[in-house]
Design a protein around this ligand. Structure first.
Ligand SMILES: Nc1nc2c(ncn2[C@@H]2O[C@H](COP(=O)(O)OP(=O)(O)OP(=O)(O)O)[C@@H](O)[C@H]2O)c(=O)[nH]1
Ligand SMILES: [Mg+2]
Length: 281
């Protein structure tokens, strides 16, 4: 998709957000990095690695309720083998938060190690929550904070400022605005992140995005498409979308409205109506 080279998904406010994150990191001993369970590799904020190299880390994979469980488990096993604190969660489920709070209080920060070595009681610790837009950072904050503290919306770029939230006596966390990598070398990642809803809908054109999604689903989950839309899966993407439009009675100017079928499939995928899926192979 050549046009991708000309698309700017790193708007000015993200540059500002990155500067704010650098400032905030100076006052935090740890980071909670969030990836999306539906694309755990592509969505992970790997490009912040250097910035957080000396911090205690906890990895969370959000939207586990929408992911392909088998693919996700394999991915998590890799982190567990490396000894990294990792949890995959449905962040909207407050009941799952106690496990996370317990695990967070066990993460040893450098400052904590120093204090304990000297025989002082463990100090409180601060984690900065990091991740791409729409991955669930503010949802995590709200679920942990027990009452609504951070603005949440299913649109990338909701959070523009940060605040300190108390999670337990000794654990505090800070929300941050979502940021993307300024230059993804693999342009497929940009498409995947747009499919997940982490890049604004108006930035990438609907047709290549929904062609990519349908081709991927036909390759990896053809049965799901068939079971949901009851159409023949022969032919090219436009032909299949036209059949879906016909099946759903999407008509515009007396013709099947394939564009509406495309938006519908994208929305239904995002809402988990096609079942748990992984976009990373
Ligand atoms: N099903 C499901 N939805 C989730 C989960 N976590 C977050 N969401 C939804 O994802 C959308 C985005 O969540 P936010 O918490 O606003 O995401 P954010 O990372 O703060 O986004 P920015 O502030 O834009 O960077 C909202 O509609 C949430 O309800 C999850 O684990 N499962
Ligand atoms: Mg937010």
């Amino acid at each position: 998709m050549n046009t991708l080279n000309e698309i700017n998904w790193f708007p000015g406010h993200m540059k500002k957000a990155l500067d704010q994150i650098k400032e905030r990191l100076k006052t935090c001993d740890g980071v909670i990095e969030i990836g999306d369970s539906r694309a755990p590799i592509s969505s992970f904020p790997t490009y912040l690695d250097k910035l957080v190299a000396d911090k205690a880390k906890f990895y969370i994979f959000s939207k586990a309720d929408l992911a392909d469980r088998n693919a996700l488990e394999k991915h998590l096993d890799k982190y567990t083998a490396l000894g990294i604190n990792t949890l995959a969660l449905n962040l909207t489920d407050r009941r799952a938060m106690q496990t996370l709070i317990n695990r967070l209080s066990l993460v040893r920060t450098r400052q904590e190690e120093r204090f304990l070595k000297l025989g002082f009681p463990a100090p409180s610790k601060r984690f900065l929550v990091l991740g791409i837009p729409n991955v669930g950072k503010s949802t995590l904050i709200n679920s942990l904070a027990k009452k609504k503290k951070a603005a949440v919306e299913n649109k990338p770029g909701k959070t523009r400022s940060e605040s300190l939230i108390k999670v337990s006596d000794k654990v505090f966390i800070i929300d941050t605005p979502g940021i993307l990598e300024p230059n993804y070398e693999d342009k497929n990642i940009v498409i995947k992140l747009a499919i997940l809803g982490s890049i604004r809908n108006d930035i990438l054109p609907l047709i290549p995005l929904t062609d990519y999604l349908l081709e991927y689903l036909l390759k990896h989950y053809p049965q799901r498409i068939y079971e949901r839309y009851h159409v023949s899966l022969d032919g090219n993407c436009e032909e299949i979308y036209l059949r879906i439009a016909k099946e759903r009675n999407f008509v515009s100017k007396n013709q099947s409205d394939s564009e509406r079928a495309r938006s519908t499939l994208l929305t239904e995928f995002r809402n988990g109506l096609l079942g748990g899926i992984s976009l990373d192979e």
